[in-house]
Write a protein that binds this ligand. Structure first.
Ligand code: IDP
Ligand code: MG
Length: 171
């Protein structure tokens, strides 16, 4: 079939060829409200259409202990207890995306923490109204993303594979 000429049938896309130079990983969580409001597909679509690649994804009901650890830096904030309760109020989708500048670009795609400060066209700017229901979490540094990946996922849950689109996305 013609399509096979372009897809490179015979190449093994399950083979890990190592990560691309300068690539990094970010940790994204679709929060319980994002899932309940049926925004999972829309959010994944935005990252996929940008050209990013996911290397892990799972649906999880997070425990209180995990969430307290996840948000440990905010433990003294007045909204901490409510935040943990909100994040525990239903399942979440956790994802690892790996690509060039994915941490910084991911944050731009999310928008600002407080939805009214978020530009239209961003996820929070388009789909939510209040800071306490801002549907998505994403890290703002490579180091903190790596820390959270280690907290939420086992090493074997990260799956490395070669993308057939890479040479069409990068020069
Ligand atoms: P971020 O999610 O944009 O990185 P952070 O300041 O790290 O923002 O706060 C983590 C999460 O805590 C926010 O996404 C939001 O769900 C919640 N949060 C932050 N500030 C407030 C607040 O003033 N009231 C209620 N929840 C808040
Ligand atoms: Mg944060």
């Amino acid at each position: 079939m013609l399509v096979h000429l372009f897809m490179g049938v015979g190449e093994d896309y399950s083979v890990c060829t190592g990560t691309m130079a300068n690539s990094e990983r970010t940790f994204i969580v679709i929060k319980p409200d994002g899932l309940q409001r049926s925004l999972v597909g829309e959010i994944i679509k935005r990252f996929e259409q940008k050209g990013f690649r996911f290397i892990a994804m799972k649906l999880i009901q997070a425990s209180e202990d995990l969430l307290k650890e996840h948000y440990i830096d905010l433990k003294d904030r007045p909204f901490f207890a409510g935040l943990v309760k909100y994040m525990q109020s239903g399942p979440v989708v956790v994802m690892v995306w790996e690509d060039l500048n994915v941490v910084k670009t991911g944050r731009v795609m999310l928008g600002e923490t407080n939805p009214p400060d978020s530009k239209l066209g961003t996820i929070r700017g388009d789909f939510c109204i209040q800071v306490g229901r801002n549907i998505i979490h994403g890290k703002d540094s490579v180091e903190s993303a790596e820390k959270e990946i280690g907290l939420w996922l086992q090493p074997e849950e990260l799956v490395y594979y070669k993308s057939c689109a890479q040479s069409w996305i990068y020069e």
